[in-house]
Each structure stands twice: as structure tokens, then as C-alpha cells.
Ligand binder design. Sequence first.
Ligand code: DMJ
Length: 653
Amino acid sequence: MHPPSRQDYISISLAGQGTYNNGKQWRRQSCWRKWKRLSRLQRSLILLFLFMCGIASYPAVTEHLRGLTDGERSTESNSVLRPVFPQVLPEPISPRPEPSSQLIPDTEHADVSPRLIEKYSATVIIKKKLSNKRGPPILQHRLQKKGNGTVAVEEQKEEGVVSWRGAVVDADRDTEEAKEEESKDHLLANHKSGSSNQSEASLLEAVKDAFRHAWQGYKDFAWGHDELRPLSKSYSEWFGLGLTLIDALDTMWILGLKEEFEEARTWVATELTFNKNVDVNLFESTIRILGGLLSTYHLTGDTMFLDKAKDIGSRLMPAFNTPSKIPYSDVNIGKGTAHPPRWTSDSTVAEVTSIQLEFRELSRLTQDPQYQDAVAEVMKQVHQLDGKLDGLVPMFINTNNGQFTHQGIFTLGARADSYYEYLLKQWIQGGKKEDQLLQDYVQAIEGVKKNLLQKSSPNGLTFVGELSHGQFSPKMDHLVCFLPGTLALGAHHGLPADHMDLAKQLMETCYQMYTQMETGLSPEIVHFNMHEGSIRDIDVKLADRHNLLRPETVESLFYLYRFTKDHKYQDWGWNILQNFNKYTKVSSGGYTSINNVRDPDYTSPRDKMESFFLGETLKYLYLLFSDDPGLISLDEYVFNTEAHPLPIWPSTA
Ligand code: DMJ
């Protein structure tokens, strides 16, 4: 975490305070004497006049105050903040009456509803040809040939339907029927409005422009280094492995930026070496480097990327040499040694459970089971552990004894987030055969609904809070905004329809986290008001006002648009891109994180462009604006948590 912005704490001491106070007292006494000298009629007229003025200015005053939190209202500097409080958008109108809960095992309804709409949707929806599909034509062929030979697949107890306490999941319903459901959404949503009333080409070009600008900064001032510092026109190192360049490879391929891609490829082929005495974080290097290389290999068919992926993958394996087989957080990829952070023997739960997609894929490609086995062991242990609450996991796990530590705290934000994401995505990656993963996911979503889901006041935004030893906190990290997309992806793959309903509600909330800020950009963390009579839904603490160019909201917008074709999601993404351009773009090249999303005049830039801005944020924006469902089809690929698409394994059945 970063310290709060120093500029937020200005203290002013006024010289001659005593004199000032005396003067004020004198003025008060003098006014009182004058008031007493007035006749009763004069006093009544003045009071009436003041009363009328009060009535006239009331709406303006309240409107202004609604733009500020309680704490902020008392500070003088905030009185110049632009009051921003757009109305919360109404829920989209349902095309047909929805059952109150899809959790009731009403298989009949689940079966019938898509067919009810089949007739009229089929006449209107034009199925697009996948002609613009990028990637080598050999991809399908290669996948089929390799199959999933070495990958352990759990035996299915029952064909197709998996039930967890009443939540009926029709895995075999697959995407065909889900698509019919989705086409119903398309019918309702197929109108362009607002800021996305532009051609698809111009929206895509705007993202390409943003990417080119970011890349130019990286190229000019940080080439081959981890991250650009755009204001100081320099760079910062984390692992010293060209993190931004590797994270951005598949984005350039998808955006069709051939020249940029080629120069980056040359650097990877000739300059990138993992034979370095350097400590890397297992999770971060897996999702960004291993994930980035694997996906670029799949998109391009270029085996140079696969060779690099094998190299880094094998160098990360020492992390699993622990007494419990729960991996350490850090590995020295040159020495082949691993260790936990200096201050603890714990690892973060999200970190040890969000490396599975990449290691499983590495096993499939190399036909070497060691990678798959290592990460499957982690999942097996976490599945069995005590200390969960309705499928929700604590944030830390000990590498010596394999038990959860710091128990009793449950969040969908930092340190737990991608555990939930990878339960679903591993199930999808493996061809929807590993029931245990699905059951853990569905149970966890029920756990979220039961323990963490609340509505804000006054506008009833649905949000995911946190639980600490039974105490609910209405705090939500921006990181949680991956959840609408993940829920929608699950619904697309046959999970209960109420997952999609929840996805839409949370998507609205995540967008409000942007639009209710003065810059139109979300802070890192928000707190929701829950008490009746609140004047605004969202509060932001001083230390949480930063924006790191994170992707989660635009990631979810992409999924929601892909599945519903409701153009409002493109509009929202467009607004976010405009605000990134307005408040975070650095003229000499690159984009920067900012400290303060609440002051358009003083955003306090942090001088850092995170690699995920190119790896994820811009990629998801591009995919959001594309109307080609074949551009990284969600029936063929699953995105890792750093937005690197990996293939869904072909069925060998
Ligand atoms: C990325 O590295 C990944 O998306 C990760 O899952 C969460 N943090 C950042 C982006 O916010």
C-alpha cells in the first residue's frame, strides 16, 4: 500500500488569533445591540426576508453537500470541489418476469425459458461470422493434437448437472443455450446511445491511440525495464525483467499493432534472460510473465515465446519446496532458492491459488505433469481446510503447516480476490469437468450473498463489503470489481441466471464508483453508507483516493457487453477512457497513476505507469469496443487474472 498523499494534510496557523477572536466577539455584540433597537415590525420583516432566502437556496445547498463526505464538508478547501452527483441509473428493465431466485431447483424453468424466447430472438439476431479472428489458423489444430493428455481430470459423478445446496448448475447447457439467453438481452439493448454513438472503428482507434501513447513513453524512457515513470522520464525496476513489455505483448497482437509487436518480440528474443540473481514474486511473475508468454505463444504460434515460458516456469518451481507444499511468495530465479517474506512464513491465499491456469497450461503444452501437480496440490489442500465461512476463505495461509492464519476476516478484495476468479476459470479451462472447483465456486458465491452483500443508502447500490470476526464493514476495494465479469462469465457457461442479475447490479455499483468522483475515475477503496437518511452512497477516505489505472471495472464491462450487447456498458467504458485521457495522460508519453481522484485541479500524479495498464486496462477497453465475438472468443479462451487469454482445453471425449 502507498502512504496517503501528503498534500491532503495541510495545517494552517493564523497569526494574531486572539485579536481575530476578540474582533468577532465585538462584532457579535454590536449586531445584537442594533437588532434590539429595531421595532417588532422591522424584525418580523427581516426574519421573513431571511426565511424566503433560505427556502430559495435550499436545493442548491443540499445538492452541493451531497457531493462531499461528512469529513470533507468541514474543511474549507473542499468548498471549491465541483459537486458531482449524477443520478444512479435505474435497473435495466427485464424482458420477461424473472423468478425471484434461480436457486430454487426449478430445472423445468431453466430448461424452458431459453426456448420460449428462441423463436423471436432467432429471427432478429444475426450471427456474426468469425472472419476477423486473429491468431494463427493452426491454433485449433495444435490444440486438438495435444489434447489434455497429462492433465488430471476429476471423475464426474453425474453428467451435466451439478448441484450445491439447491444451486442448480447445468454445465452441459453450455454456451449455446446461454447464448440464447444472451440474445434476448441483445434484442433489448441493441441501440446506440450517448458517447458510444460513434463507429466501432473510431472507438477501437481511440484505444489504439491511447496504447501508442503509453507505449511511446515506455519506449522512450523505460525500454526493457519494468515500469515507466512518465513524469520523471525514467523507469523503475521490480524484477528487472521488462515487465511492461512482456505484459503488453498480446495486447499489441490483439490491437493489430504489428510494428510495435515486432520490436518487442526482438527484445524478448535477444535481450530477455531469466538467468538472473533476482528475487521475484511467484504470483506476479506467473500472471504477468508466464501468462503473457503463454498467451502470446498461442496467439502467434511463435515457439520462441513457448521456450521462454518453459524457462521461467521451471525457474519458479523451487517456490513449492516448502514443508506444506503451499508455495513461498518469493523465488530467486537465478539461484533456484525460495523464501517467504522476511517478516512471516505466511503466503497470501489469492497468490497461491491464482497461478493454476498458467501452470496447468504449461503442463499441457510440455507434457510434463510437475507444474500441474504442484498447483493442484495447493487447490486440494485449500479445498479441505478449516477456517472458511460458507466457502469464503481467509487471506493468509502458512507455508509450514498449511493452515489458514489471521482467520475470521473475509473479503473479495486484496489478498483473496482471484481465489474466487480462478475456481471458476480453472473449471472452464479444463472443459467443465472438475466438479470440486465448480462446487467451491458456487458455494463461495452463496457465501458472498449471505455474508457480504448489502445495499447502500440512499440509492440502494448493491455492494460487496467485508467481514471481520462477525463485524460487517461496508468497505469495498476497486479490486472487487472483477466480480461482475466473473459472475457473468459463469452465467454464460451455464451457472444460475441469478449470477447474471447480480453481475448487472454490481456492474452498476462499480461504475458509480467512477462517476460519483470529481475526476470520473474510481478511488482504490470506497465505503458505502448504509444508514437511513444518508445523503450520498459512497464515501472515500483521504488515504484511499488514489487511482492506479486498474483494470477491474473495464474488465467487467467487457464481459457484460459481450454477453448482453447493451451499449450502455460501452458508453461507460468510453467515459472512463476519456477520463484516463483527461487526468492521467502525460504529454511526453505514458499515463500515470494519481493520488487524488476527488480534485480535478490537483490530481497529484504518482509518476508511475503500472504494467497492467497496457496488459489489462487497454486490452479490455479494446475488446469492450469490438463487436466481434470471435476476437478472443469466450468459448475458446479464458483470461488469466492479468488479462492474458489461454485456450480452453478441447474435449477429448
Ligand atoms: C493485476 O495484476 C491483476 O489483475 C491482479 O489480479 C490484481 N491486481 C492487478 C490489477 O489491478
